[in-house]
Design a protein around this ligand. Structure first.
Ligand code: 13P
Length: 341
């Protein structure tokens, strides 16, 4: 366990004005995204699309790290045939890896999920380190519904996240712990706050119980928002206020930083929410983004699998990265959106 390396990696991940690109969609998720633009989800197409994102000029001004999928960690750039991890590293971007094996039904807890992937993880982490990964991600899913989340679901997922985080640190890889409270449903923002607070309380108790070094773990949090189908949608100010209140109640100040997922929010809403939080004075941790959809949507729609669209798609991606980089410093304004290419 190389503490110096862990500190260096964690600091780089949350460097001022930068955030993470989540490009770790599993092949099944990638298939969904590609289907929406009529592109076949083949290995060469996945490589071409990730290549488009990573080779976007200047992206390192706003992107500190990229979360990769196992397949992508082993692929190379289209033009120079350089392995993606070393290409990113040379660009000053830290390569990371999603290591969980997805969610499965949690036995005896209808409607709830548990994330699998602990078996053999020590061996996989050793290989990922050799391939250049310096941080990892594990996503748990918490569902709000009648009678959920249950205690069983919160504690089973917190336990898995803690065991994963301990294995990562042992391998000198910074763990991102991601307990995503889903925005699906018609619940109020108050219920989302309750569920988020219970989730984070369970998570940090488990991290402590498993001797995880809090200075070397990054939280990937969902924002406190109204359920997607809730008739009363909380505004930007309220989302920012409730999210930060919930984090302050549950997350130790020792953490190097907190990054957010976008979770199905619109691109501009995710950016505006982050900006409003980052503007708050006296926050104990840097806050930034770790978006997949809210960073990639415009690029994906512009690309549509056509090589002739690559340059325009890269401009669209650069723009979203810049907007979110500004938002992480509280310097975003919606009128800057007009500068989109
Ligand atoms: P979204 O930003 O699309 O929610 O994805 C982030 C992520 O990595 C989910 O695990």
């Amino acid at each position: 366990m190389d503490m110096k390396l862990l500190s260096k990696t964690a600091a780089a991940m949350v460097a001022e004005g930068k955030g993470l690109l989540a490009a770790d969609e599993s092949n099944a998720t990638c298939e969904k995204r590609f289907k929406s633009i009529g592109v076949e989800c083949t290995e060469p197409n996945r490589r071409a699309y990730r290549d488009l994102l990573f080779t976007t000029k200047g992206i390192e001004e706003y992107v500190s790290g990229v979360i990769l999928f196992d397949e992508t960690l082993r692929q190379s750039t289209v033009a120079g045939n350089e392995p993606f991890p070393s290409y990113l590293e040379k660009k000053g971007i830290v390569p990371g890896i999603k290591v969980d094996k997805g969610t499965h039904d949690l036995a005896l807890c209808p409607g709830e999920k548990i994330t699998e992937g602990l078996d053999g993880l020590r061996g996989r982490l050793a290989e990922y380190f050799k391939l250049g990964a310096r941080f990892a991600k594990w996503r748990a899913v918490i569902t709000i519904g009648p009678g959920t989340p249950t205690h069983a679901c919160l504690y089973a997922n917190a336990h898995a996240l803690a065991r994963y985080a301990a294995l990562c640190q042992e391998a000198s890889i910074v763990p991102i712990v991601e307990p995503e409270v889903l925005l699906d449903g018609d619940h109020t923002i108050e219920r989302c706050c309750e569920a988020s607070e219970a989730t984070l309380t369970a998570l940090f108790a488990a991290l402590r119980a498993h001797h995880v070094s809090l200075e070397h773990v990054v939280l990937k949090a969902s924002m406190a928002v109204s359920g997607k189908d809730c008739p009363k949608q909380a505004g930007v100010d309220r989302v920012a206020e409730e999210t930060v209140r919930c984090l302050k109640r549950t997350v130790p100040a020792a953490l190097p930083g907190i990054v957010f997922l976008s979770g199905g929010q619109s691109d501009e809403a995710a950016t505006a929410h982050l900006n409003e939080m980052a503007r708050m004075p006296g926050l104990p941790w840097p806050l930034t983004f770790s978006f997949s959809r809210a960073l990639q949507n415009p690029a994906l729609k512009t690309w549509r699998g056509a090589p002739g669209n690559v340059a325009a798609a890269q401009r669209a991606f650069y723009h979203r990265a810049r907007m979110n980089g500004l938002a992480s410093q509280g310097k975003y304004r919606s009128d800057l959106e007009k500068q989109a290419a």
